[in-house]
Design a protein around this ligand. Structure first.
Ligand SMILES: C[S@@+](CC[C@H](N)C(=O)[O-])C[C@H]1O[C@@H](n2cnc3c(N)ncnc32)[C@H](O)[C@@H]1O
Length: 195
């Protein structure tokens, strides 16, 4: 791997997290793909923190080795107001699971979306976006990856409708080949609940 590229990606991920940490007074971080703790060391040393990873954890006291979906299902998560989904695959099913369980008025989410790597090859949207767009999973859309940003906006409309959260701040960046996106979103509960 090109070391410069990897350094640039680390810098992008770090600045995204620091930016969204600064938008909240007392962040309580749930890091659901915590791994070796690269982001922990760069961003979360001073915050309340819980890390989860099914393979590698960086601190036995503040991290738990577990499958993140099962962990979210079994545990109380409503006090976390900062969610880190550094998955490099499809982070959205887990995001939806979290949004169906949390009661925070305001929640900051940072995620790594790696869906485009396979979408570029298969010309398919991936199961989550196909579901949201009401398109069959196997339907091919040439150059779908060029409409990635529009798909994220559709995803935000879905979140609003299904979970009652408005996106009040969105940040999107990507690696040079546009196969991995680094996204941050601030979500606020809509007044009067869901619409
Ligand atoms: C890109 S690495 C995370 C890097 C980490 N955020 C850091 O800053 O060092 C992705 C991690 O996700 C973990 N992972 C993948 N699927 C998972 C799942 N279903 N439940 C828990 N961890 C998972 C992998 O074990 C891997 O450590």
């Amino acid at each position: 791997m090109n070391p410069n590229k990897s350094y640039r990606d680390l810098e992008l991920k770090t600045s995204l997290r620091n930016f969204f940490l600064n938008r909240i007074e007392e962040p309580i971080v749930l890091d659901l793909y915590c791994g070796n703790g690269e982001m922990f060391k760069r961003c979360y040393l001073k915050t309340k923190y819980q890390g989860i990873d099914r393979k590698t954890i960086h601190d036995e006291i503040i991290c738990t080795k577990a499958n993140n979906q099962k962990w979210v299902q079994k545990n109380e998560i409503s006090y976390f107001n900062f969610i880190d989904l550094d998955s490099y695959a499809n982070p959205y099913p887990l995001l939806f699971q979290i949004l169906s369980k949390t009661f925070q008025e305001k929640i900051e989410v940072v995620l790594t979306d790696g869906v485009l790597i396979s979408s570029k090859l298969t010309q398919k949207q991936g199961p989550t976006l196909a579901f949201i767009n009401n398109i069959p999973r196997d339907f091919k859309i040439p150059l779908f990856n060029r409409f990635y940003k529009e798909n994220i906006l559709t995803l935000l409309l879905f979140i609003k409708k299904e979970y009652g959260y408005n996106c009040t701040y969105l940040s999107m960046d990507h690696n040079p080949k546009q196969t991995t996106y680094y996204i941050g979103m601030e979500l606020k509960k809509q007044e009067g609940g869901q619409t």
